[in-house]
Write a protein that binds this ligand. Structure first.
Ligand code: FAD
Length: 435
């Protein structure tokens, strides 16, 4: 417990929620005054090594909606959210001085770009300011699992079984609101899409992800999918679908920027099971959240190997980087209509189903033998739900340099016959007059 008459600064990153937020609830518990900040880091809008904008228009729009919602919900708890379009290391010392901050709270990250940021902040600020970093993106907290990080199994099933048997999931963190006089004068504004260099756009009418960003929308979706429509009860049967909003939960985008926590979803599944029924589908949603955790643990274990061509297996395959083949894949102009339909969906909506992702990634890496990191970077730019661990972990898996013990290649034609037997999905995206 800190001396209460101090000020805590909550630096929001990919934990953009007020419910079940460890940093926020600890800051509110420990300090009389609490201020919140978010940095729209210009490095995230730059082009990457392959020429893709790191955060493209779809995720940027979703992020701006998320920030508006967060600002509003924090305001209701009498906490001001300051938003700056600059790098954290440039601004944070000013904030610490202006508001006499004694403690900084933030989510702990470990991937290479995030480490550069936190280390440069640590270099800048006085050692008297205590930095409280907490792992808050997991379902199973790293302190609660019965496995050392360097012994995380290479195979998902071994990991899952151990966690299910020996670990428990924490309760959600509660938050204590602040009194009205906690608010500070806030002249910062959340920029618009055009301030950030993008043309405004409307969501494509065929989009399977027409949702808005923010915690309010995430909770609304959860309530609808679980309790209003009870779609959760059929999830296992529908999860390989391709069309519409309801074949899967669509939680990933809110999970990725932390608008909802995996723990919240878990405890809501338990509530559903208690008041309705428990079946394979209710379990399977948790099963998938454990996959999400798995890739986070793989990333913790292997660090920057996630971004290396040989992956975590140090495989020495020969990869091509033929720009024409890459562009055809991006534009949906390959010889495989099923790949093309999925790639056009991604290009025009920022969304693609899990089935689609597996197929287009397998086709890219195993059929065209293109450097899988370029495909992963394109996904990073386009996906609304981009999450560093899930994206690079899944790409490595599909490319044969990660955690697939069977190193499978998808037969795209058979997959199309099985999952799009009547061609409805392909027809949705391959109509010549659509764009
Ligand atoms: C090549 C490739 C790249 C991917 N990139 C991302 C990414 O950047 N961000 C991302 O969140 N997911 C990624 N995935 C995983 C998966 O496709 C998405 O999580 C899923 O399609 C999101 O839809 P949903 O929320 O409706 O999932 P649901 O089927 O409803 O699943 C519920 C939740 O479980 C988690 N989950 C489900 N499948 C996976 C999986 N294979 N790996 C990890 N977590 C999973 C997600 O958090 C998801 O929201 C990728 C998969 C592949 C094959």
């Amino acid at each position: 417990m800190q001396n209460k008459k101090t000020t805590g600064l909550v630096w929001f990153k990919n934990d953009l929620r007020v419910n079940d937020n460890m940093s926020l609830s600890n800051a509110c518990k420990n300090h009389e005054k609490v201020i919140a900040v978010y940095f729209l880091d210009p490095r995230q809008s730059k082009k990457d090594d392959y020429g893709f904008i790191k955060t493209g228009k779809f995720r940027t729009k979703f992020l701006l909606e998320t920030l508006s919602d967060l600002k509003h919900t924090l305001q209701q708890l009498n906490i001001s959210l300051l938003v700056y379009q600059t790098t954290p290391e440039v601004k944070i010392t000013d904030l610490i001085e202006t508001y006499k901050i004694s403690n900084l709270y933030c989510q702990k990250e470990w991937t290479q770009e995030e480490l550069i940021v936190i280390n440069s902040v640590k270099d800048k600020i006085s050692p008297e300011v205590k930095i409280n970093e907490s792992y808050d993106q997991f379902l199973y907290h790293p302190e609660d699992i019965p496995i050392q990080i360097n012994s995380i199994p290479q195979v998902f099933t071994a990991f899952r079984k151990k966690l299910e048997k020996y670990a428990t999931i924490r309760e959600v963190n509660k938050i204590i609101p602040k009194p009205k006089n906690n608010l500070v004068n806030n002249s910062t504004v959340i920029p618009t899409l055009s301030d950030l260099g993008f043309k405004d756009f409307t969501v494509h009418s065929n989009s399977a992800f027409p949702f808005k960003g923010g915690e309010t929308e995430a909770l609304k979706r959860l309530n609808n999918y679980f309790f209003e429509t009870k779609k959760l009860g059929f999830y296992k049967k529908t999860r390989n679908g391709l069309i519409g909003t309801d074949y899967s939960s669509k939680f990933s985008s809110w999970l990725a920027n932390g608008s909802i926590s995996a723990r919240t979803i878990y405890w809501k599944v338990k509530e559903f099971e208690k008041h309705n029924y428990k079946n394979e589908s209710t379990y399977w949603l948790i099963f998938e959240l454990i996959w999400r955790d798995y890739f986070k643990y793989i990333s913790l274990k292997y660090g920057s190997k996630l971004f290396k061509i040989g992956g975590i297996l140090d495989k020495n395959y020969s990869w091509s980087s033929n720009p024409k083949a890459i562009q055809k894949w991006i534009d949906g102009e390959t010889s495989e209509p099923f790949v093309n339909a999925n790639m056009l969906e991604l290009k025009h909506t920022g969304w693609m189903s899990n089935r689609g992702r597996q197929n287009v990634a397998s086709y890219f890496a195993k059929e065209l033998e293109l450097d899988w990191r370029i495909g992963a970077a394109y996904f990073e730019s386009l996906l609304i739900d981009y999450d560093v661990h899930s994206n690079y972990g899944n790409w490595m898996y599909v490319a044969g340099v990660g955690n697939d013990p069977r190193d499978r290649k998808f037969n795209v034609k058979l997959q199309a016959e099985r999952y799009d037997a009547n061609g409805k999905f392909q027809n949705t995206w391959l109509q010549p007059t659509l764009f």
